[in-house]
Design a protein around this ligand. Structure first.
Ligand code: PMT
Length: 406
């Protein structure tokens, strides 16, 4: 699986804070995405996590001091700084923030950072009063003005017993910021609408018709489009997923609510990607009270829902790029091709949804892109995040670059 993290040189700076354990998980995620990771630890960080843990997971020597013995330690920080594609400091303590704001270079990490020319993400994590202190806020302002990317801490219960901002964001959130720094910014200025998840069509106040869509595919596309600089609105049916970073969320329940939300936004949008698994039918009538099980059998009369994608295809203007998904259990090519033509799409992403490892609910998908010109492109099975970026690559290459609208 190739992502924008694959083969990238990432340097992970770890400072002395209770959240240092989370940087171990961050390192694992980075390695999983194919990055080469080097770790620099401050002296205090070693009180929380041992260098051996980072060494074993990264497969590379960990730098813990400017003048440690062995290798070419004294110039290592310059080599690493020049080779890095991005740097993340997590957790970043008040101490390192103060040093970087003041240009102080008195240990391996602070010296290294002064020599870095790639993007640097600083993830402050500390006690709420320390974080809100005038000195730390002033130093963060200086770092922002100097071009560092600051990932604000989350609010919550802190290790010191207080509650408020100061908690290191989860490793997945830090990864999102890193991917944002590394992804090409080829969707800047583009309004992107993505739909995701299932719809629920109520039968009565406690029952509904739905399907197993988890929203993962659509959320991955929204996240990837935001990482590439797009202005993204995610219109989603009910899911249990966290909001993707940097995306405007619109939550709906039924197909008709989703239709209204999409139609309201067509005119302002450039790219519409309809990943949602919309219920084709809804109960003819929603019972106002819970239906009692008095009979052995019951007939539910259904009514067709609006075909949102077809209507968008009918209304779209020449410069709109419209992408649909086709969830099939047989004849993928024939069925997807029919939907591509009927719904007036640029691309339809076909997936067979009768496989336990792909499609509904899984983190992976196995898809084929069918293009308007009759060509098709089958992809190997891969994570939905990777499918999302390849789909956006194709949209950019085939439609945005071709029409010079970038
Ligand atoms: O959410 P996940 O668990 O990650 O699973 C991902 C997925 C399997 C849901 C996704 O990859 C997928 O296939 N989405 C499309 C599901 C679907 O409804 O397919 P369809 O073949 O029934 O519909 C074709 C297209 O028309 C889709 O783009 C759909 O959004 C759209 N449609 C369908 C019916 C309707 N009334 N209105 C629509 O807009």
């Amino acid at each position: 699986m190739k992502t924008h993290m694959t083969a990238k040189n990432i340097v992970l700076g770890v400072c002395g804070g209770i959240a240092a354990y989370k940087s171990v998980e961050l390192l694992r995620l980075l390695k999983k995405q194919g990055a080469s990771v080097r770790v620099i630890m401050t002296q205090n960080a070693r009180a929380f996590v041992g260098p051996l843990t980072f060494e074993a997971l990264s497969g590379q020597a960990v730098c813990t001091g400017l003048f440690e013995k062995g290798e070419d330690a004294s110039i290592r920080h310059i080599d690493w700084a020049q080779a890095s594609d991005a740097v993340v400091i997590a957790p970043a303590t008040a101490n390192i923030i103060g040093k970087l704001a003041g240009g102080i270079a008195d240990d391996a990490l602070s010296t290294f950072i002064l020599a870095v020319i790639s993007p640097v993400i600083i993830c402050p994590s500390m006690n709420i009063h320390m974080y809100e202190s005038k000195a730390v806020q002033r130093n963060l302002e200086i770092l922002r003005a100097d071009g560092y990317s600051i990932l604000n801490p989350e609010s919550g219960e802190l290790a010191c017993g207080t509650t408020g901002p100061g908690r290191l964001p989860e490793p997945e959130v830090i990864m999102d910021r890193l991917l944002y720094c590394l992804a090409p910014k080829d969707l800047i200025g583009k309004q992107v609408i993505v739909t995701a998840g299932p719809t629920q069509e109520p039968i009565d106040p406690v029952r509904f018709i739905s399907n197993p869509s988890s929203g993962k595919m659509g959320y991955a596309i929204a996240r990837a489009a935001a990482q590439r600089g797009g202005t993204v609105t995610l219109i989603t049916g009910p899911t249990n997923l966290p909001d993707p970073t940097g995306v405007t969320m619109m939550r709906v329940r039924t197909a008709r609510e989703m239709a209204k939300a999409v139609f309201d936004q067509i005119d302002e949008s450039h790219i519409i990607i309809k990943t949602a698994a919309v219920s084709d039918f809804r109960p003819h009538k929603e019972a106002s009270q819970k239906i009692k099980k008095e009979e052995d059998e019951m007939t539910l009369l259904l009514k067709k829902n609006p075909d949102i994608l077809k209507e968008v295809g009918r209304r779209k203007k020449n410069d709109h790029i419209l992408v649909g998904f086709a969830a099939e259990t047989e004849d993928l090519g024939k069925n997807a091709g029919k939907k591509l033509a009927e719904k007036n799409l640029e691309i339809i992403v076909g997936n067979l949804v009768d496989h336990p490892q792909y499609g509904f609910g899984s983190d992976f998908n196995k898809v084929t892109f069918f293009y308007k010109d009759g060509t098709k492109e089958p992809l190997a099975p891969m994570e939905k995040d990777a499918v999302a970026h390849i789909l956006l690559d194709r949209i950019v290459e085939r439609y945005l670059e071709a029409s010079n609208t970038l």
